[in-house]
Design a protein around this ligand. Structure first.
Ligand code: GDP
Ligand code: GDP
Length: 493
C-alpha cells in the first residue's frame, strides 16, 4: 500500500466552482462540471502535488446545500468522510454572489474542526464579481485569496499557501507515494448485475481494505487482494446504489455518468452485458469512450445461468452478435459469467490479471524491429504512388496502452486497413490481450530541427493525419529530432 498522504479538502456551497478548481489542480477532468446547481457530484479524490509536496485532493460536493441530485445521500456520506479526514481546507466562495448566509453556516462547521482553512474567492474573472474581498474576511479565516478556477488565475498562490499548511509527511519526493493499484471499473446498464459482481468479488476475496473511515484514500474505491496482487474496484459506492435513476434525466442517464467517472480512474473496464438482452446502444457508446481513453476492456456477459437452457449454438450466436455490435472492440475478450452463482467469476479475475499484466508489457526494440521487418517484407505497406514505402525503424514508445512508433522512409500515414493489419500482427505475436494498441506512423526525419507532432500525443484514436516532416507547418518550439529521439528512448536507426 502506498503511504498515506495528507488531505486537502475543498468545501463550499454548490456551484461556487469546486469541481472546476478540483480539475484545475488535479490536472484532468475528473469531476463532472455542470452549470446546473448541485449537479456536480464528484466523489473522487485524487493525488496531486505542488512544489515537491504530495497530497490528496478531495471534494465535498453536495455536502452543503440540498440538491435534486439523485445521488445526494451518497455524496453527503462521502463528503463527510473527506471532511473528517482533512488536513487543510480550501473554502471556496463565489465572488460574483458575495458573502451569503449559507457561507456563514459552512464557516461554523469548518471552525469546529480546528484545522487550517483558506478562503478562495472564485470567479473573480467575472465583471460582476464584487470589487473587494473585504466581506469574506468576516468569515474569520486567513488568508483570503482571489482566484479564477476557470481561467487558472491565482491557483499557484493558493497552492503555495496550501502547501505551507500541510503536515511534514507531505514532503515526500518519491513517486511511490502516489502509486496506486490497478483500477477496475465494472460498468453496464442498471440491473445488469454490477453490484452483484462487485459484492461477489469482494466477498470471495475477503481482503477488503477500503471503506474505513479515517483513511483518506479509497473512500470510494474498494481495494482487494487476489493472489498477492492488489486491485482496486473504482467507484464502488456509486455502483452499489442501483436503481436510483428516477430524476437523473436532468443531465444525462445516471448510469452513463457513473460509468464515465469510473472509466476516468480505471485501467481496465469490465463491461457487463445482460445475457438475456444483449448489448444496447449505450453500451457501445460507453465502451467507445473507454477505448478512446486507452483502457483495457473485457466483455463479461452476465446472467449466463439464465440462458443455459438455450440450444447448443446459443453461445456462439450470442458472441457473434456481440462482436458485430461492438466491432471496434474486437480485441476485448468475451467471458460468460454469472454473478449470482459465481460461475466463472474466478476466471474473470484471472483474465483481469492477465490483461492488466500485458497492458504494461514492453517489447524490446531489437525484437520489435526484427518482427516488423519480417511482417512488412512479407506484406509491404501499400504504395500510394511515389516509390516503395518502407518501415525503417520501430519502437514501443509507451505502455498502458501500448504505443508503437513506426518510422518510414516516405509515408506519414498508412491506410486504415494496413494499420489494422499491423496491429493484429503485433497482437498475435506479443499478446496485449484486451488492450487497445496505438500506432504512430512517422516519416523519418532527415534534418534535425524538424519534428513530428505526434510525440506525446494524448491518448486517443491513432491519428490518421500526421505531420509531414521537413515541410512547413511543423509546430514551433520543439526539440531537435535527435534530442526528441533521446527523450523517447530511441536510437538513431
Ligand atoms: P461546484 O458545484 O462548486 O463544484 O461548481 P462547478 O465547478 O460545477 O462550477 C459551477 C459553475 O461555475 C460552472 O458553470 C463553472 O463553469 C462556473 N465557474 C467555475 N469557476 C469559475 C470561474 O473561475 N469563473 C467563472 N466566471 N465561472 C466559473
Ligand atoms: P446493477 O444495477 O447492475 O448493480 O445490478 P444488480 O447487481 O443490482 O442486479 C440486478 C438484478 O439482477 C438483481 O436482482 C440480481 O440478483 C440479478 N442478477 C445479478 N447477476 C445475476 C446473474 O448472474 N444471474 C441472475 N439470474 N441474476 C442476476
Amino acid at each position: 500500500m502506498a503511504k498515506q498522504l495528507p488531505a486537502v479538502v475543498l468545501v463550499g456551497r454548490p456551484n461556487v466552482g469546486k469541481s472546476t478548481l478540483f480539475n484545475r489542480i488535479a490536472g484532468n477532468r475528473r469531476a463532472i462540471v455542470s452549470p446546473i446547481a448541485g449537479t456536480t457530484r464528484d466523489l473522487i479524490q485524487q493525488p496531486a502535488s505542488w512544489q515537491n509536496t504530495s497530497f490528496l485532493l478531495a471534494d465535498t460536493a453536495g455536502m452543503f446545500g440540498q440538491s435534486e441530485d439523485p445521488l445526494q445521500a451518497l455524496v453527503v456520506e462521502h463528503g463527510r468522510r473527506a471532511f473528517a479526514a482533512a488536513d487543510v481546507f480550501v473554502f471556496v466562495v463565489d465572488g460574483r454572489e458575495g458573502l451569503v448566509p449559507a457561507d456563514l453556516e459552512i464557516a461554523v462547521a469548518l471552525r469546529q474542526t480546528g484545522r487550517p482553512v483558506l478562503v478562495a474567492i472564485n470567479k473573480t474573472d467575472d465583471k460582476r464579481s464584487r470589487a473587494g474581498a473585504l466581506d469574506f474576511y468576516e468569515l474569520g479565516f486567513e488568508p483570503v485569496l482571489e482566484i479564477s478556477a476557470e481561467h487558472g488565475q491565482g491557483i499557484g498562490d493558493l497552492l503555495d499557501e496550501v502547501v505551507k499548511r500541510l503536515p511534514e509527511r507531505a514532503k515526500v519526493e518519491d513517486a511511490e507515494a502516489t502509486v496506486r493499484e490497478p483500477g477496475i471499473a465494472i460498468i453496464g446498464r442498471p440491473n445488469v448485475g454490477k453490484s452483484s459482481l462487485v459484492n461477489r468479488i469482494l466477498r470471495e476475496e475477503r481482503v477488503l481494505v477500503s471503506d474505513v473511515a479515517g483513511t483518506t484514500r479509497d473512500s470510494v474505491d474498494a481495494t482487494f487482494q487476489w493472489h498477492r496482487r492488489q486491485f482496486r474496484i473504482v467507484d464502488t459506492a456509486g455502483i452499489r446504489r442501483p436503481g436510483k435513476v428516477s430524476r437523473a434525466g436532468q443531465v444525462e442517464g445516471i448510469s452513463v455518468l457513473l460509468a464515465r467517472r469510473a472509466i476516468a480512474t480505471a485501467d481496465i473496464v469490465v463491461l457487463l452485458v445482460d445475457a438475456t438482452q444483449g448489448a444496447a446502444d449505450q453500451d457501445g457508446a460507453i465502451a467507445g469512450e473507454a477505448e478512446r481513453a486507452g483502457r483495457s476492456i473485457i466483455l463479461a456477459v452476465n446472467k449466463w445461468d439464465l440462458v443455459k437452457a438455450e440450444g447448443e449454438d446459443f453461445a456462439e450466436k450470442f458472441d457473434d452478435k456481440l462482436r458485430f455490435q461492438l466491432k471496434f472492440l474486437e480485441f476485448a475478450p468475451i467471458l460468460h459469467i454469472s454473478a449470482l452463482t459465481g460461475e466463472r467469476t474466478p476466471k474473470l479475475l484471472e483474465l483481469i490479471d492477465k490483461v492488466l499484466r500485458e497492458r504494461t508489457f514492453r517489447v524490446p526494440t531489437p525484437e520489435l524491429n526484427r518482427f516488423i521487418k519480417q511482417v512488412t517484407e512479407a506484406h509491404p505497406p501499400p504504395n500510394p504512388g511515389k516509390g516503395a514505402v518502407r518501415i525503417m525503424y520501430a519502437a514501443q514508445v509507451g505502455v498502458s496502452p501500448p504505443t508503437f512508433a513506426l518510422f518510414t522512409n516516405i509515408a506519414s500515414e498508412f491506410h486504415f486497413s494496413y494499420e489494422r493489419f499491423l496491429v493484429n500482427q503485433i497482437r498475435k505475436k506479443f499478446g496485449f490481450s484486451g488492450t487497445p494498441i496505438r500506432l504512430q506512423i512517422r516519416r523519418r526525419e532527415r534534418k534535425s530541427g524538424t519534428k513530428s507532432s505526434e510525440q506525446g500525443r494524448p491518448q486517443g484514436r491513432p491519428q490518421r493525419k500526421s505531420f509531414k516532416a521537413g515541410k512547413a507547418g511543423a509546430p514551433a518550439g520543439g526539440k531537435s529530432g535527435r534530442r526528441r529521439r533521446k527523450a523517447a528512448g530511441l536510437r538513431r536507426p
